[in-house]
Design a protein around this ligand. Structure first.
Ligand SMILES: [Mg+2]
Length: 261
């Protein structure tokens, strides 16, 4: 993994040579620092202006790929010229068209059921935040007392165990969050590849910036096509080719991308 700014002088001509650039960014931990609760993160004004300006250039297609619901991420970022992929790519919105990964729909009642069972127990764990996101479910434990996380995890695993055993759901461990997704062959990486294919540009260059476990699918996918994968935070086991030191540096990279035009 290489620090992107050390290599920028060499990377810049490659990006300038591309006819079109597909710029995909995760939201939490990438465009904004992670906050104690999922309700807090907001896009900094300067970053919003940068994203808007870059996306208005004809050679760029810019969008957000997030684990949040499509509705949430669209409202939170609120830039009309972007595309949005919510629920880890299961719902995509671009140019007033909405795509929902078909096989995901039938899992909505399962997440609802799990959510109802979990709710009964969560009163015992102040700080636990449950998000039923329709096509997925997240349980955040950042604010749960350290000594209680183990007990919470035990209950969580007990409730989801029958669904896991019958492969009705998939479990991933993010940053202080347990995430349940439908057991479908679809992830942030597949969503990014679908978008890249959709633009059908011959000289399309894809940039993906993310910070967490679910972004690894996108890093791997981008590494297989013409593109560049960038992780916020250096991590040896990551598939990303380059890294930024913190979410603050995403802005610095966006400024450099803005200068490419
Ligand atoms: Mg993230």
């Amino acid at each position: 993994m290489q620090y992107i700014f050390d290599y920028w002088p060499g990377l810049k001509p490659r990006l300038q040579a591309a006819k079109r650039i597909l710029l995909c960014l995760d939201f939490d931990g990438t465009l904004t620092p992670i906050k104690p609760t999922p309700h807090e993160p907001k896009l900094e004004r300067d970053i919003k202006l940068l994203l808007r300006r870059i996306s208005q250039d004809k050679s760029f297609v810019v969008g957000i790929v997030s684990g949040r619901t499509l509705k949430d991420i669209k409202n939170r970022v609120d830039i009309k010229s972007l595309f949005f992929a919510g629920n880890h790519g299961l719902e995509i919105f671009y140019k007033n068209k909405k795509f929902i990964y078909p096989a995901a729909k039938k899992y909505v009642p399962i997440f609802k059921r799990i959510s109802l069972s979990l709710k009964k127990h969560l009163k015992l764990f102040p700080g636990a935040i449950l998000e039923d996101k329709g096509f997925s479910l997240s349980l955040h434990y950042r604010l749960v007392k350290k000594e209680e996380v183990h007990a919470l995890k035990k209950i969580f695993l007990k409730i989801i165990e029958p669904y896991l055993a019958r492969q009705k759901i998939k479990l991933t461990y993010g940053k202080k969050v347990w995430e349940l997704k439908p057991p479908v062959e679809w992830d942030k990486g597949k969503a990014v590849v679908k978008l890249a294919e959709k633009f059908k540009a011959k000289d399309l260059f894809t940039l993906y910036i993310g910070d967490d476990v679910t972004d690894e699918d996108a890093f791997r996918a981008v590494n297989r096509i013409k593109g560049m994968s960038i992780r916020v935070g250096q991590k040896r086991a990551s598939a990303a080719q380059y890294y930024l030191k913190s979410a603050q540096e995403t802005k610095r990279l966006l400024e450099k991308i803005d200068e490419l035009k």
